[in-house]
Ligand binder design. Sequence first.
Ligand code: IDP
Ligand code: MG
Length: 142
Amino acid sequence: MNTTIERSLVIVKPDGVRRGLIGEVIRRIEAKGYAIVAMGIRTATDELLGTHYAEHAGKPFLPGLIEYMESGPIAVIVVEGHRVVEGFRSLAGVTNPTAAAPGTIRGDLGRDWGTPMIENIVHGSDSAQSAAREIEIWFPGL
Ligand code: IDP
Ligand code: MG
């Protein structure tokens, strides 16, 4: 059994903020039982996103992804709890909102809009190591 309390970095992306879904995402995180330990409304920059999405450096969709993430304000949230990284990915659903299961954030609230970039409401860290790295980018020293 893993008894270590983990953190995950969650972002409500610009499409989610535009559609007024910050509260709904927070509601689902809290309903699941995780704790919110930091949050803020931010505007992403090339510099922040270049580091945040370092794993996608060189991928053809990165410039479009950066443009999407800079298209409006985002809500950046640090969530805490046992196995929260896996747990939030489960709440979020798979990357493509058309394929994401009903009951998940992306499956219930997202859809394909015919845009080149997959707009899918939320980001969630994919490992405890990514979470630590991402939290340091958005909330240095937290
Ligand atoms: P994740 O957000 O489910 O972890 P990643 O593979 O890390 O998915 O991709 C980061 C983000 O980039 C996705 O959430 C989505 O917005 C976008 N994205 C990923 N793959 C594609 C693609 O093949 N086409 C368009 N957009 C993509
Ligand atoms: Mg990812």
